[in-house]
Write a protein that binds this ligand. Structure first.
Ligand SMILES: Cc1cc2nc3c(=O)[nH]c(=O)nc-3n(C[C@H](O)[C@H](O)[C@H](O)COP(=O)(O)O)c2cc1C
Length: 512
């Protein structure tokens, strides 16, 4: 056993950094024949077909007794449903989904747990993405087991439905190896971003439950934990049922901190990290209350202020999502990652609108969106923006201060060429007009949530990333996430403080 001052999450982060040397050494060709399927199949079960409800996108048109299914259909299609067919390897049809996914590998699965209603008897359901249906594969009452596994989280007291998001790690690790863990959680964050917004369309308020006994939830869903693991639980409060609308509970509980770990070979890091981030079962009914971090720890304040730096206000008016949020739904269903930018400018007004939608949800309450949607802990996440060509804003790297709603310049330079290199030579980095970085102080995050912080940070960064994606689509801009970058060089080149670990990149520009 080696003694290291770093927790395992920090160690994993160090070990999975890309650098010009490690990436060259790792370069290998992919065995496409070994690619796992992105679809889960059940040999036994009853399929509830949600397809008929797709045409009836307004719930009013559906007979009252079928409204629950219509709402679930809408919730699921907008969260993770198939939204486009393209030509894949060898000309085979390949389906893209409402949520983006690194490499289009779609490691996440969605399960629905019903406490029991006439249309949806108690039991376990898997969202069958391909057929847009719910596969009922277990028909016992499991709600209490779920409550116990989630340490009696208050959001599950009055609600009748919950989703569990799981990950089949190998779907992503097949290509991205150990670093896949980061991408799986970023992907899931995007999915949760859709879920938050789709909730507003289908009258559900999703309550995130990040602290649960991992093994118990895996067992509840009959998962083979060597392949698939629960990574987020979401209680769905029915906005049409007053008694279900409780105050938000605590979204994130800590795991332990693994600081005494063996020397691991490449290829062993992902599964070790997942084990290190788990929370064990407990009989202690006070666990949730005792482990919830005090609210004041989570209050957000702008972390960086630089004396005499250039500051630019980002105050702006809200993006309009149309009557009954129609434009939001259309935007979710037609969202795509831009594959090429033209290199042309963005307007500063557009950049302001992107930031405004992602970081100022309170200003969207009057359009029917949640004024304070659940994140695991946004107070741990910082945002930096490298501006290459935005009309009305000097080029350079900026810190975005969400409370003051302003950009504060860190470094003045045009980074186009550097960004190309930092994004592993991807043209998206070079041709984007602006490139946004989500970062976190890992040591501080682990101090608050143990190694499990690593999960929360990546899901929150993905969630913000999804709001940014949708805002960009609505404004007619191009957008794409990037999860492969030279970690340390990003900080050095752009002037981002050294203790900010880069989690994720979102690029914006004019699509070609
Ligand atoms: C976490 C994450 C990382 C991504 N990284 C890259 C990337 O490095 N380069 C890239 O071109 N696209 C990247 N993408 C975009 C995906 O390739 C894209 O989502 C996927 O092909 C599905 O297409 P769609 O987003 O149009 O539905 C990323 C997406 C996500 C969610």
């Amino acid at each position: 056993m080696s003694h290291s001052p770093l927790s395992f999450a920090q160690h994993y982060h160090e070990r999975t950094k890309y650098s010009p040397e490690t990436l060259a050494a790792r370069a290998k060709s992919l065995d496409w024949a070994a690619q796992p399927s992105s679809y889960k199949q059940y040999p036994l079960g009853t399929l509830i077909d949600l397809q008929p409800y797709l045409a009836e996108i307004t719930t009013e048109a559906v007979a009252r007794d079928k409204q629950l299914l219509a709402r679930l259909s809408r919730l699921l299609i907008n969260t993770y449903g198939l939204t486009a067919r393209v030509s894949g390897m060898g000309g085979e049809p390949f389906y893209l989904r409402a949520a983006p996914s690194a490499g289009g590998l779609y490691p996440a699965e969605i399960y629905l747990i019903s406490r029991g209603t006439s249309l949806l008897p108690a039991g376990l359901y898997n969202y069958q993405v391909r057929s847009h249906g719910l596969m009922r594969f277990w028909d016992e009452h499991v709600w209490q087991t779920l409550q116990k596994a989630c340490f009696w989280h208050p959001a599950l007291e009055q609600t009748h439905l919950a989703l569990v998001i799981t990950a089949v790690f190998f779907r992503s690790a097949w290509r991205y190896e150990d670093r896949a863990y980061r991408r799986v959680f970023l992907d899931t964050g995007h999915l949760l971003g859709n879920l938050e917004l789709a909730g507003a369309l289908a009258d559900y308020r999703p309550h995130l439950i990040g602290g649960f006994a991992d093994e118990s939830v895996n067992q509840l869903l009959y998962l083979d934990a060597n392949e698939e693991n629960a990574i987020a639980v979401v209680a769905l409060a029915d906005l049409l049922q007053v008694e279900q609308n409780l105050p938000s509970g605590c979204t994130a509980l800590p795991s332990g901190v693994a600081s005494d770990y063996p020397r691991l070979a490449d290829g062993e890091l992902l599964s070790y990290l997942h084990t290190a981030t788990q929370i064990p079962e407990t009989e202690d009914t006070n666990f949730y209350r005792q482990k919830s971090p005090p609210a004041q720890e989570k209050t957000t304040s702008d972390k960086y202020n630089f004396p005499f730096c250039l500051k630019a206000s980002t105050l702006t008016s809200s993006i309009s999502w149309g009557e009954s949020l129609q434009q939001l739904e259309q935007t979710i269903l037609r969202r795509r990652s831009t594959r090429r930018y033209s290199g042309l400018d963005l307007k500063f007004e557009d950049l302001k609108s992107l930031l405004h939608f992602a970081y100022q949800p309170k200003d969207y309450a009057e359009q029917g969106l949640d004024r304070q949607p659940d994140y695991f802990d946004l107070s741990l996440i910082e945002t930096f923006v490298a501006v290459s060509s935005v009309v009305g804003l000097d080029e350079g790297c900026y810190y975005y201060a969400p409370q003051a709603e302003e950009l504060r310049q860190v470094r003045f330079k045009n980074f186009r060429r550097d960004l190309h290199y930092l994004c592993l030579g991807q043209d998206l980095g070079r041709d984007a007009a602006a490139v946004l970085f989500h970062t976190a102080d890992l040591k501080k995050a682990v101090g608050r949530y143990g190694d499990r912080a690593y999960r929360y940070l990546h899901m929150d960064a993905g969630h913000l990333g999804q709001r940014l994606n949708l805002a960009a689509m609505r404004l007619g801009l191009g957008v794409s996430g990037i999860a492969g970058f030279f970690d340390e060089q990003v900080n050095e080149v752009l002037g981002i403080p050294g203790d900010e670990a880069v989690l994720y990149i979102t690029t914006f520009g004019q699509p070609r």
